[in-house]
Design a protein around this ligand. Structure first.
Ligand code: ATP
Ligand code: MG
Length: 246
C-alpha cells in the first residue's frame, strides 16, 4: 500500500467574519488522485492555497511526506505543482518563452530547462504551437499551457484548481488525456471541480466540500461522513481506474 503523501488536518481559515474553511481534513496517498468537489464558494481555492503554502491557515496543518508546509517553507513547496484557477500566463510571450520564465522561477536553466520545456510541451500536446503566443490560443490551449507551467519542476503532487473551466468537450478530453498520462507515471493529483462526472472519471478518492466543511470523504483513513446535501446525492466511493479504495 502507498504511504501518505499529503496529510491535511483540521484546516481552518476565515476572511474577516466569514469562515471560508471550517475544519477540513483529508489525505492523499502517493500516486493517487483525490477529487475535491464542491459548488462555487465552497472553499476549494482557499484550501488549495493553504495546501501550497500560499495562504496561512488560522488553524490546522498540512504535511507533505511528514514535513509541514507553511508560508515560507520553500523546499517542501517545490515538491508541489499548482495549476491555479485563474490563468497565469504572459499573453505577449510565446508558449516556450512563458515556460522559460516559469522554469527560471523554479531555478531551472540551460539544457535541463530546455529538456523539461520540450517534455511538458509534449505532455500537453502543444509542441507544434511552442512559438506562438497564448494571445493566439484557444481557451483550452491556454489551460494546457497553464498545466505545463506547473509541471516544469517535476513535482510529486500536482494540484489543479478547476482546470477545465471555459473549455469545450474536446479540449476537456485533451486535458484529461494529459492528466491520465501523469497518473500512469505514478504522479499524485488533487483535482478540484464542480462536476461529479469529472472527479468520478479521474479520482481514486473524492472529498466533497461545501460551506468550508467536508460533507463526504472516501479518502484513506477518513471517517465516514453523512450529509443531506445534494452534493452527496451520488455515491462518491468509486475508483475510476479500477483499484479498490484503500
Ligand atoms: N480574498 C478573499 N477575501 C474575502 N473572502 C474571500 C476571499 N477569497 C475567498 N473568499 C470567500 O471564501 C469563501 C470560499 O471561497 P473560495 O474561492 O475558496 O471558494 P471555491 O470553492 O474555490 O469557489 P469557486 O468554485 O467559485 O472557485 C467564499 O465565501 C468567498 O467569498
Ligand atoms: Mg475556486
Amino acid at each position: 500500500m502507498s504511504s501518505v503523501l499529503l496529510s491535511v488536518e483540521n484546516l481552518v481559515k476565515s476572511y474577516g467574519a466569514r469562515r471560508a474553511v471550517d475544519g477540513v481534513s483529508f489525505r492523499v496517498l502517493g500516486g493517487q488522485t483525490v477529487g475535491l468537489l464542491g459548488p462555487n464558494g465552497a472553499g476549494k481555492s482557499t484550501i488549495v492555497a493553504m495546501l501550497c503554502g500560499l495562504l496561512r491557515p488560522d488553524g490546522g496543518r498540512v504535511t507533505l511526506a511528514g514535513e509541514p508546509i507553511a508560508v515560507g517553507t520553500s523546499h517542501v513547496k517545490r515538491r508541489i505543482g499548482l495549476v491555479p484557477q485563474e490563468l497565469a500566463l504572459y499573453e505577449d510571450l510565446s508558449a516556450r518563452e512563458n515556460l522559460r520564465l516559469f522554469g527560471a522561477l523554479y531555478g531551472l536553466k540551460g539544457a535541463p530547462l530546455t529538456g523539461r520545456i520540450d517534455h511538458v510541451l509534449g505532455l500537453v500536446n502543444l509542441t507544434d504551437r511552442a512559438r506562438d503566443k497564448p494571445a493566439t490560443f484557444s481557451g483550452g490551449m491556454k489551460r494546457r499551457l497553464n498545466i505545463a507551467a506547473a509541471l516544469l519542476h517535476d513535482p510529486e503532487l500536482l494540484i489543479l484548481d478547476e482546470p477545465t473551466v471555459g473549455v469545450d468537450p474536446q479540449s476537456r478530453n485533451a486535458i484529461f488525456d494529459t492528466l491520465e498520462a501523469l497518473q500512469a507515471q505514478g504522479r499524485a493529483l488533487i483535482y478540484t471541480s464542480h462536476y461529479m462526472e469529472e472527479v468520478e472519471r479521474l479520482a481514486d478518492h473524492i472529498v466533497i466540500v461545501d460551506h468550508g466543511k467536508v460533507l463526504a470523504d472516501d479518502s484513506p483513513a477518513a471517517k465516514p461522513a453523512a450529509s443531506t446535501s445534494p452534493w452527496c446525492s451520488r455515491t462518491p466511493a468509486r475508483s475510476a481506474r479500477g483499484s479498490p479504495p484503500v
